[in-house]
Ligand binder design. Structure first.
Ligand SMILES: NC(=O)c1ccc[n+]([C@@H]2O[C@H](COP(=O)([O-])OP(=O)(O)OC[C@H]3O[C@@H](n4cnc5c(N)ncnc54)[C@H](O)[C@@H]3O)[C@@H](O)[C@H]2O)c1
Length: 269
């Protein structure tokens, strides 16, 4: 423990179960001294798992479907009441695609579902930040992190419409990062994480082959959920104060690697 987040307060979205990146991040932030409000979609909260986490880190849970304006408004105002004022960080760890769930091919997606995907997985970052700005909810030098994937830059066919959703998410982080930076020194970044075995991750078709491929294509191997939680914490700390509007690859070197010796040897078999 470094007490990196002593005195800091924030919202963590997206802890579904103990495999969730958000779940592990919440525990780490708590260990580093942060006070946390947990949030997830009411439908996900019905599983009840989140209450175990809430108890462990002594955090309230406030339900919020991020595609619903009233829910977001309620979350931000209740969080401010709970903390007695503004707060210092937000983790956006949210992704959902009905087209992926239904197994629709990218070339045949349903556009109504596609809009929902963008609303939940991408524009929700905008909605949350806009609501925070309206209520002046974020303190000076607050830090906002959203989780993304390299399919925003390169094609991974089975990632489907989530690739477009992640491109939009990264763009919102950049654009809002500009406005919130000028207004209040609030920083907004995305972390582009290695494939990780979670509920959302395993929803991608062919995930097993895919995670092994990424492992073999990364000089350091895949970054785990715990590694991601550690990295996220550094972005919430004051040690990374001048980092904003960035898409930060956290992938063991995957994004800069053309091919590895291991992969060449497999191809030669
Ligand atoms: N697992 C991976 O391989 C991987 C890799 C890179 C990036 N990511 C990203 O990390 C983030 C977290 O995913 P995870 O892998 O921990 O999986 P996860 O399934 O544990 O988390 C996804 C969360 O999104 C929440 N969510 C869905 N719809 C919502 C809504 N309408 N309102 C509020 N919350 C909603 C779910 O309830 C869940 O808690 C996602 O953005 C995901 O795309 C995951």
């Amino acid at each position: 423990m470094y007490n990196l987040l002593k005195g800091k307060k924030g919202i963590i979205f997206g802890a579904l179960d103990e495999k969730s990146i958000a779940w592990i991040t919440a525990i780490k932030c708590h260990e580093e001294g942060a006070e946390i409000v947990l949030s997830n979609a009411p439908v996900a909260m019905r599983m009840g798992e989140i209450n175990k986490l809430a108890e462990r880190i002594n955090a309230p849970v406030i339900g919020c479907d991020v595609s619903n304006a009233e829910d977001v408004e309620n979350l931000i105002t209740k969080t401010m009441e709970h903390f007695g004022g503004g707060f210092d960080f937000i983790l956006h760890s949210i992704g959902m695609s009905i087209n992926v769930r239904k197994g629709k091919h990218y070339t045949e997606i349903d556009y109504v579902h596609n809009l929902k995907t963008f609303e939940i997985s991408s524009m929700s970052l905008h909605r949350v930040l806009a609501c925070c700005m309206k209520h002046d909810a974020l303190n000076e030098w607050a830090s906002v992190v959203a989780l993304t994937y390299i399919a925003a830059q390169r094609v991974f066919p089975d990632y489907n419409e989530m690739a477009d959703a992640k491109s939009l998410l990264e763009s919102v982080a950049r654009s809002f990062g500009y406005h919130y930076g000028v207004k209040k020194h609030v920083r907004v970044n995305t972390i582009s994480q290695s494939p990780t075995r979670t509920t959302a991750g395993s929803g991608v078709k062919g995930f097993d082959g895919f995670i092994t491929y990424a492992e073999n294509m990364s000089p350091l191997g895949n970054a785990s959920a715990e590694d991601c939680a550690n990295y996220t914490m550094t972005l919430f700390s004051d040690l990374t104060k001048m980092v904003t509007m960035q898409n930060l690859f956290h992938d063991g070197g995957f994004s800069s690697t053309g091919v590895t010796q291991g992969v060449i040897e497999q191809m030669e078999k």
